[in-house]
Design a protein around this ligand. Sequence first.
Ligand SMILES: Cc1cc2nc3c(=O)[nH]c(=O)nc-3n(C[C@H](O)[C@H](O)[C@H](O)COP(=O)(O)O)c2cc1C
Length: 318
Amino acid sequence: MNEKLITPFYIGNVKVNNRLVLAPMAGYTDCAMRTLCARFGAGLTVTEMVSAKGLLYLGDKSAELLYTSPAERVKCAQIFGHEPSDFYKVLTEREYLNSFDIIDINMGCPVPKIVKNGEGSSLIKDEVRAKEIVSACVEGAKNRPVTVKTRMGFNEGEDCAIEFCKKIESTGASAISLHTRTKAQGYAGKADWSVIEKVKSELSVPLIGSGDVNEQNADELIEKCDALMIGRSAVGNPQIFAQILGDKTDYDITSILLEHIDLMNEFYGERYTYVNMRKFIGGYYGGLRGNKEIKQKCFSAQSVQELKKIVQEIKVNL
Ligand SMILES: Cc1cc2nc3c(=O)[nH]c(=O)nc-3n(C[C@H](O)[C@H](O)[C@H](O)COP(=O)(O)O)c2cc1C
């Protein structure tokens, strides 16, 4: 294991105990997944993107995405939007974000509905507004650090990361997370880590690299930036944090999956759990033969109790 991975670092005034961050992932990084990943060693956990407008006008429904648990070591909430005043108001006139140590702004989401609204990755093309949003958050978050997550460019082949990240830094961001794909790429193709090295040499604040980080490449990639974000590799595989940090334990997948089910049920209740766990089952059973039948069995569950029984029976039959 690369020793740098277990060296603490600072985002503004907030100490993060190691260099592994759970990436924000809409529909996945709810409180249950964040809790589990933190338990396996993630130094920083980030919520999925939550709409600033949603928090202002819909309130509690959007706020469910912001549940946190004491297991999370350093907690970051990711907010998206278009109006600087929405960000400011949600930070100063609502309490939803009070329990978070860090506030992150989404400037990378490629989803068409978000881009059309001038949110997410479309802010890469609108530097003036991007800076206004950062300023509004820095003012609204008071002493808490504000960070930005973005992509290397908007259009195919575009690399404006250095210029954009420097502007964001000069406006007061305390760290930047960079997904080394363009908006046009979505999630296709290989992440381009040469961009990370170039951006890193131009910034004073920590740079968190994102894109295809896994157990095999983490030791090498941490040399290129200050911390690593792990996204898809952690889905149905929360123990990846411990494994990257050098733990050689032979994990019992069934007990981790059962713990995940229990956490989800505790935070969000029965129906949410047996429906949402379907997204994770493939990840947990990914490497096993008979995976398709296993998944179908789990998908047929209509209650948490039934799902747990199926998972326990699978263990017996493996
Ligand atoms: C299903 C899914 C949802 C995502 N949701 C978000 C999000 O809410 N906010 C964000 O900044 N990035 C989001 N991302 C991007 C990830 O944070 C990450 O940058 C990207 O997946 C690359 O990292 P990976 O290869 O480790 O998954 C999402 C990615 C996926 C696959």
